[in-house]
Structure formats: C-alpha cells, structure tokens
Design a protein around this ligand. Structure first.
Ligand SMILES: *Cc1c(COP(=O)(O)O)cnc(C)c1O
Length: 390
C-alpha cells in the first residue's frame, strides 16, 4: 500500500476486493476450495506462478483480509492466520526449529506455551532456558551456540510485568538469534514489537482482537522468509484459521482502536481505585507510577492495557472469597472481552505450579487478575468495591 493511512482507517478500509455484487461489507467466503477455468490456470496456481486462492487450508479471501490488516498494523512484511493462538505459536516453533536447537524464554509465559517448552519440544531435543522477568541482565548468559530463539511476552500474564523490547531486540541482534514476541496482551494498537527488532510477532486473536468472547484465532506476522517457512509448515500440517472466524476477526479489527482506548481508560481507573483500598496490599498496572517497570511501560506502550493485577490481604482464602463475592464481573478463563473477567491464578490457571515456581513468576496466593471490560466504569467499581468490603 503506497499511501498508508492512519491505524483506525486502515483497520476499516483495508478490505478484500469487492465481487460483482458490489457488497459494502466484506462477505463470508465459506468455501473449502476454489475453481479454475482450465488445466493451465490450475497448474499455474499450484506452481504459485499465479496469485489465486486454491484451497482454504492454504488461503481464503477472508483469512487473507484478516492477515493483511494484522501485517499492516504490526508493520510486518507477511503473515499467516491460525485456528488458535497456540496453533500460531506451535507452528512457528515447528517451522523454525530443528532437533538440537535451544530457546531462551522469559519464565512468565502463557501456560500452554510453557507446556510446549517443558513437555513437547523436548521430544525433539529442543530445550529451553528461562530468565526471570525482573532479571533481564541474565539473558545473555543463557545464550548458547545452539540458541535459535529469544522468546517473550509483554505485559506478562498474570502479573503484568513489562519487558524492555528495545533491550531484547538488541540482544537478539548482537547474538544473531530470532526474537519472537507474543503481543497478545498489548495488541498492535499499543505496541509494535517489530519496531524494536522482533522477527516474528504472534497473537492469540481470541483475546482483545475478537474482544467479544466469540471465536478463537491466532496469527503470526513478521519477516517474509520466516513467514514463508511457517506458511509451508502450516499448509501441510493444517492448523489454519476457518474463514468464518477470519470474517468475524477482520470486522473486530475495525473497532480495535476504539475498544482498546476504552479498555485502557477503564483499567487505569480500576487500578487507581484499588490503590486506595485498605484491603488491597499491592496493585500492578503498567501505567501506575508504582509499577516497577513504569518507565519502560510509558516508553514503549501507547496505553497501559486492560489487565490489572492486585493482591488482597489474607492470601489464598481472601482471594477466593473476593471472587465469590462478585455480583457482575464474570469468573471465566478468557480475557480481553467486553465483559470484565476476574480470575484467581493461584487456585486455577497456575495451580499446577509449586508455590516456589508461582512466586518466581510473581503469583502470590492472594493475587487477583482483572481483565477490565467495557461496562460503565461506575458499575465495575461498584462491583469490585462491594466484593472487597464483604
Ligand atoms: C490466550 C493466550 C494464548 C493462547 O491463545 P489461544 O487462542 O487460547 O490458543 C497465548 N498467549 C497468550 C499471552 C494468551 O493470553
């Protein structure tokens, strides 16, 4: 695209070519395959001499529209869409790693990503070394001659710590390794890791990108030659996104900026409210001055995101009681939904970790994670307040 417009405009106006019906909104192309005029056209499509859809595991107008928007928003060269965020992450590793390779990762990563590192990749002799989120000075010491990937998320889940992307980019470049960032919590509206040197950015589109808790999806965007490897791996192994989900997610992107603006505005108000409550021991939100990486957060993020973590006095019991006292906020495993969702990581998502391992990733027994939604701020605060007071 030569005349690049603003983020919001591209999210709306960057759409698949209209059909002969002149539809205003992109229709759903629910078709498994595409038809050819003659055998020569079909040969050319298979040989990739002709840019034509062939089979929806490879590409489809709806998935291409979604991917094009994501590529554009992240400032990437190319991309590919997946059925889920985990499919995007696993396919990226599957395509780019070989037996004997090594990964250096932040210890605070999404639970299933951690399971890939500990349970599945070792089956192919791929080992992972971890650094703690607050000790980035230890990263270089973990890099070995067979290290292929530096992997991280920022903000982290669930304790919303921030990693300095500029530093990660410089380390990856110095050592000639790939930097892969899971940008799910920030979205391309708040941070573009490619600007800091990321080679691949992966997303769970299930979260803020859908934003309304309807469909699962994932995407990987980045350098053309790497995405080409990921595409070939995926078109043969089959983790592709369905056209229906791509149709939903592409429309979701039209409202990403306006939704994320409001999510962040509400989240900052929730964080400020919680800081003033006597029942609350500590609040973590990237745009609060008290956040340990506040300076990095304001430097690299447009706004603070929609996740607030806080610790109630009274440990495990108090945390569980707080959740049970909520009247409106949902207890659910998702995040980035229009509905405010509250979780208690120590007794749910991270219950399988030992207490020692939980503390290494900042999960105390009383930690509560709030995915702040788009309800009226007063209703959110009223619910949190009465659950704290009970
Ligand atoms: C949810 C999530 C994933 C996995 O995405 P799915 O779409 O559920 O497969 C990966 N990374 C992060 C940070 C997530 O929050």
């Amino acid at each position: 695209m030569n005349s690049k417009k603003h983020f919001e405009t591209e999210a709306i106006r960057n759409q698949t070519e209209r059909s002969q019906f002149g539809e205003h909104s992109t229709p759903l192309y629910l078709t498994s395959s595409f038809v050819f005029d003659d055998v020569e056209e079909m040969r050319a499509a298979f040989a990739e001499e002709k840019d034509k859809n062939l089979y929806s595991r490879f590409s489809n107008p709806n998935t291409s529209e979604f991917v094009d928007k994501m590529v554009n928003m992240e400032g990437a060269e190319s991309g590919y869409a997946f059925a889920t965020g985990m499919a995007a992450i696993f396919s990226t590793f599957g395509a780019l790693l070989s037996s004997g390779d090594h990964i250096v990762s932040c210890r605070s990563v999404f639970g299933s990503t951690h399971a890939l590192f500990t349970q599945y990749l070792p089956k192919w002799q791929i080992e992972t070394s971890y650094f703690n989120v607050n000790e980035p000075n230890t990263i270089e010491g973990l890099i070995q001659s067979n290290t292929k990937i530096l992997y991280a998320e920022t903000p982290t889940n669930p304790s919303v710590d921030i990693l300095d992307l500029d530093l990660l980019g410089k380390i990856a470049k110095k050592h000639g390794i790939l930097l892969i960032i899971d940008n799910c919590f920030a979205t391309p509206y708040l941070v573009n890791p490619i600007k800091y040197g990321a080679d691949i950015v992966v997303h769970s589109a299930t979260k803020l990108i859908d934003g309304q808790g309807r469909v699962l999806g994932g995407v990987a965007v980045g350098k053309k030659d790497l995405i080409r490897e990921i595409y070939l791996f995926s078109r043969n192994t089959g983790p592709s996104m369905s056209p229906f989900n791509a149709w939903i997610l592409s429309k979701s992107l039209e409202t990403l900026a306006i939704r994320v603006d409001k999510h962040c505005e509400n989240a900052l108000k929730v964080a400020e409210f919680l800081e003033n409550q006597t029942q609350v021991k500590v609040v973590k939100y990237p745009f609060l001055k008290s956040h340990p990486q506040y300076e990095v957060a304001i430097k690299q993020m447009k706004l603070g995101g929609n996740i607030v973590a806080f610790e109630v006095h009274g440990g495990m019991e108090a945390g569980r009681k707080f959740l049970n006292n909520l009247q409106m906020c949902s207890l659910s495993a998702n995040l980035g939904d229009s509905r405010t969702i509250v979780t208690h990581p120590a007794s749910t998502t991270h219950s399988k970790l030992s207490e020692d391992d939980r503390l290494k990733v900042g999960i105390t027994d009383g930690l509560v994670r709030v995915s702040v939604g788009l309800e009226h701020i007063n209703d959110i605060l009223t619910d949190l307040n009465s659950a704290l007071k009970n």
